[in-house]
Ligand binder design. Structure first.
Ligand code: AHR
Length: 506
């Protein structure tokens, strides 16, 4: 495998949107309960927050965290999660067939987010609820004092407003599985009126309208078009969601799913811009890719969902606790590449989810917490992608795939931070069998030294399915990438087969 990557100082895509490195905490499975929150755990603080999990979250570096769902939010009453814990009602969560105690709610999440050093992205229920509950929540969260809802927040222990800027107008309402599923017209009008009322309470907020649940939805395209035709003026972003898995052992197509993600994003940009043009709008609506990841959803649809229902109503059952392999981690790296190279239009992105539920961090009840293989690309890119996103010219040898034809074996993105002078290159070798030799051509930039070079690949004693587990928590990680040759500004990299690397040059 060979590739040439040209980076020119003058060819940039735009500033790295820091909210691209977002994550997601849903009241689902063990993400909240026994994930981020477990009173009585040896590592829990006085509020019940697991400090071992918090440390891993800070190390991973998400910038913004979406909460409280997901499908959960479409049946949720936010008022149930505020006020004295003893008075909070126990409810049935229909989305995940789970008993919700409401021990954890908005105040707890805001406190947790402060500890985790992340921005809160709050989703409202537009499945079973509407304009009134949404504007009450904005008043409760963001108004200083002197009104019914803001004073209730103060009585509940938060004198200062939470100042939540980013709000999702519901979740996946195009999906028939969603509680309160709607047609595009129904949702478009509801989103428009809800957005209007929320901004009347706090004009500084930013709003995300629900886009398609995935590119395969029968309404994909028309949904976005109709919703934005109603609500273009009132909203700031439209959402995208996508989950990918390896089907039928077809690793080559799975490793190429970043190509599909690129095409999905390009399609949504085209739809937004068509509405913008037809409506003669001047403002630009951007994208919030607020759920993305690798997820073996076949296993959930075919077995797990029925098994959870059959087991009866319980608190925090185990749900979609996927274990991520080296292969999955390389794919996750390429998804982050796809998001970053669209950073001029994708301004927010949230990996779903943060702990236990299809998550880069795992934890056991009354037990340890550890990093999955997929933790590493996120952690490195969140920390190192700074400054300008560079517009790369990549010419790579191709690998054949069943789903996407011939696809570049080498996939890369780069950022350049003028202030620190650092150039960061993130690069995957999708080939399952061959090392890759990559020549970097730098125009108007000079690499004078290698600050760090790390690679995630198949461990010496493992295979492409190697993963971190409770019993082998560090089987897969980053190690030094030896194959970096720097000769009078010329850079040559040698990347192992099936690998993802992060290299930082001075
Ligand atoms: O992240 C898991 C679920 O996937 C979310 O609740 C839902 O929005 C999506 O279908």
């Amino acid at each position: 495998t060979n590739a040439r990557i040209t980076i020119d100082r003058d060819f940039t895509i735009g500033e790295v949107p820091r909210r691209l490195f977002g994550s997601f905490v849903e009241h689902m499975g063990r993400c909240v309960y026994t994930g981020i929150y477990e009173p009585g755990h040896p590592a829990a603080d006085a509020r019940g927050f697991r400090t071992d999990v918090l440390e891993l979250v800070r190390e991973m570096g998400p910038t913004v965290v979406r909460y409280p769902g997901g499908n959960f939010v479409s049946g949720y009453r936010w008022e149930d999660g505020v006020g004295p814990a003893a008075d909070r009602p126990v409810r049935m969560d229909g989305a995940w067939h789970t008993i919700e105690t409401n021990a954890f709610g908005l105040h707890e999440f805001v406190d947790w987010a402060r500890e985790a050093e992340v921005e809160v992205m709050e989703a409202i229920n537009l499945g079973t609820r509407g304009v009134e509950e949404a504007r009450s929540l904005v008043e409760y969260a963001n108004h200083p004092s002197g009104t019914y809802w803001s004073d209730l927040r103060r009585r509940n222990g938060a004198a200062d407003p939470f100042g939540i800027k980013l709000w999702c107008l519901g979740n996946e309402l195009d999906g028939p599985w969603q509680i309160g599923h709607k047609t595009a017209h129904e949702y478009g009008r509801l989103a428009q009126e809800t957005a209007k009322a929320m901004k009347l309470v706090d004009p500084s907020i930013e709003l995300v309208a629900v886009g398609s649940s995935n590119r395969g939805m029968p309404t994909f395209g028309t949904w976005e078009h109709t919703v934005l035709t109603h609500a273009y003026d009132e909203v700031d972003y439209i959402s995208m969601h996508a989950y990918y898995r390896e089907a039928d052992g077809d690793a080559a197509s799975f490793l190429a799913e970043g190509v599909e993600m690129d095409a999905f994003i390009d399609g949504v940009i085209a739809t937004i811009d068509a509405v913008k043009a037809a409506g003669k709008h001047t403002k630009q609506v951007d994208i919030s890719f607020d759920e993305w990841n690798v997820w073996d959803f076949d296993r959930f649809n075919n077995e797990e969902e029925a098994a959870v229902a059959a087991a009866g109503w319980r608190e925090h059952p185990r749900l979609i606790e996927d274990t991520y392999t080296v292969t999955d981690a390389v794919v996750v790296g390429t998804f982050l590449h796809s998001l970053l190279r669209h950073g001029d239009r994708v301004k927010i992105a949230n990996q779903a989810q943060l702990v236990n539920v299809i998550a880069p961090i795992r934890s056991e009840e009354d037990g340890p917490a550890w990093r999955q293989a997929s933790f590493w690309p996120f952690a490195r890119m969140s920390r190192m992608a700074r400054g300008q996103i560079m517009r790369l010219a990549v010419s790579s040898s191709k690998g054949a795939t069943k789903q996407y034809g011939d696809v570049d074996e080498v996939d890369a993105v780069a950022t350049w931070d003028e202030q620190s002078g650092r150039l960061a290159l993130f690069v995957a070798n999708r080939s399952l069998t061959s090392d890759a030799t990559v020549d970097l051509d730098l125009h108007g930039l000079r690499a004078t030294g290698v600050r760090s070079a790390e690679v995630l690949t198949i461990p010496d004693s493992g295979d492409r399915h190697s993963a971190n587990t409770l019993d082998a928590q560090d089987a897969v990680g980053l190690r030094k990438l030896d194959g970096v040759a720097l000769d009078d500004g010329a850079v040559r990299l040698t990347l192992p087969a099936l690998s993802w690397s992060a290299i930082e040059f001075d």
